[in-house]
Each structure stands twice: as C-alpha cells, then as structure tokens.
Write a protein that binds this ligand. Structure first.
Ligand code: AP5
Length: 210
C-alpha cells in the first residue's frame, strides 16, 4: 500500500499515520519529522531549514524532493509507505509521480477552527516525537511521554502566528493537490473531525487489512 496523507496542518495526519504504520507494517515517512530531526541534530540541512519551518513557510521543492527520493530508495519502502506531508506543491506531486506510482491520496477533511484548537494544544515528546494534546489526547503524567517518559514540548510552528501562516500556505500551495489527485482518480476523503479511533475505523473500511 503506497499512500499519501494530505490535509491541512493539524488535521491528524501524523497521528493516524503512526497508527496505520504499526497496523499495516509499512513505514511512516513524515517530511516534517525528517526536517525536525535534522534541526534537533543541528545538521547542515537542519540549520538551513530551521527559520523557514519555525515561520510556517515551506522548504524549497528541490531540497524536499531530493530528501524524499533518497528515503523512498531505502529497502523498507519497497512494498509500501505512508507519505505524511509530501507532496505539498504541484511540482512535488509531479516529481513524486516520476519516482513511484502511489495507490491513493487520503485527504483529511477538517475545518480551520478545529485545526487551530488541535495545533495550539499539541504537545510533542522530545525523545520519540509522540504527539499528545492537552485536552484531546492527554498524557498519563502531565508533561511526560507515556511511551518513553521524555519531556513534552510545544513546537515552534504551533505558535499562533505560525499556525496562521501555515494555513495560508496550505490553501495557496497544498490544497490544489486535492483536485490534482481527484483528477487522477486517486483521491479518498476521510472525515478527520471525530476522535482518532473513529478516523482509524473509517480508514480501515476503505483500506481493509489483508
Ligand atoms: P509537518 O510536520 O508535515 O506539519 P503539518 O502538515 O503542518 O502537519 P502537523 O504535523 O502540524 O499536523 P498533523 O496533520 O500531522 O496533525 P497531528 O497528527 O500532529 O511539516 C512541518 C513543516 O515542515 C512545514 O510547515 C514545512 O515548513 C516543512 N515541510 C514538511 N513537509 C514539507 C514539504 N513536503 N514541502 C515543503 N516543506 C515541508 O495532530 C495535531 C494535534 O491534534 C495533536 O495534538 C494530536 O494529538 C491531535 N489530534 C490528532 N488527531 C486527533 C483527533 N482525531 N481528534 C482530536 N485530536 C486529534
């Protein structure tokens, strides 16, 4: 199963991708997470992209496409993957089509108010990147990751100015991909508003486990 997860920031793509990757035994490839790891490790890539990401802008197509090309060439992605947050522009979608044929683009449908509530309450584990939410997905111990005990932090791009910018960028550059994949008969819409268990059930009805 070779899937793209599309949708606005905070739609729950990363949360569902982590669940699906575990159940379907396919890698969860998040370009945002690859960039954040590079920032944490202070690599040359991380230094280059930090200010762009913190401001809620997109990293250049050239950098992002090359990174995904290299990641998809790894052996664990041969039989399937979830691309979470890529492609995000039409040139990225065109480049992806020249690398691999995806089965479907899953569009996480949700409105701006829900997105803002989700992003402004998100907390992320410093060690393992597990997502939480202060109201909807609380950790058992406040400020600590249930999985590894790591400290939880607020992403720089979850501050309100960056959220507003990310939504603007999403509408201008990423939302056109919905029609792009609809025209290719690859679009699948999922209502992303209910809680993640319900979203997972909707997903499993469309993509039953073999
Ligand atoms: P990226 O990390 O991809 O950010 P994003 O697309 O903005 O997505 P998010 O991670 O914010 O949200 P999500 O949909 O995964 O939601 P989540 O599951 O976390 O990219 C970050 C940046 O990197 C970009 O802005 C850009 O700069 C750069 N970048 C990345 N890819 C790029 C590309 N292809 N080209 C150029 N630049 C790129 O959930 C959000 C919150 O809601 C969490 O707190 C969660 O606990 C909660 N939640 C999740 N599901 C539910 C639910 N069903 N009900 C209630 N709460 C829920």
């Amino acid at each position: 199963m070779k899937l793209i997860f599309l949708g606005p920031p905070g739609a729950g793509k990363g949360t569902l991708a982590a669940l699906v990757a575990g159940l379907y035994k396919i890698p969860h490839i998040s370009t945002g997470e690859i960039f954040r790891a590079a920032i944490r490790e202070k690599t040359a890539l991380g230094v280059k992209v930090q200010a762009i990401i913190d401001a809620g802008q997109l990293v250049s197509d050239d950098i992002t496409i090359e990174l995904v090309r290299e990641r998809l060439a790894k052996s664990d992605a041969v039989n399937g993957f979830i691309l979470d947050g890529f492609p995000r522009t039409i040139p990225q979608a065109e480049a992806l089509a020249s690398i691999v044929n995806v089965d479907a683009a899953v569009n996480f449908d949700i409105d701006d108010n829900d997105v803002t509530a989700r992003l402004s309450g998100r907390r992320v584990c410093k060690n393992c990147s597990q997502n939480y939410h202060i109201d909807y997905m609380k950790p058992k111990v406040e400020g600590k990751c249930d999985k590894c005990g790591g400290d939880l932090f607020i992403r720089e791009d979850d501050k309100i100015e960056a959220i507003t910018k990310r939504l603007e960028v999403y509408r201008a550059q990423t939302a056109p991909l919905i029609n792009h994949y609809r025209d290719l008969s690859k679009l699948v819409d999922i209502d992303a508003k209910p809680d993640s268990g319900v979203v997972l059930e909707s997903f499993q009805k469309i993509f039953p486990l073999a």
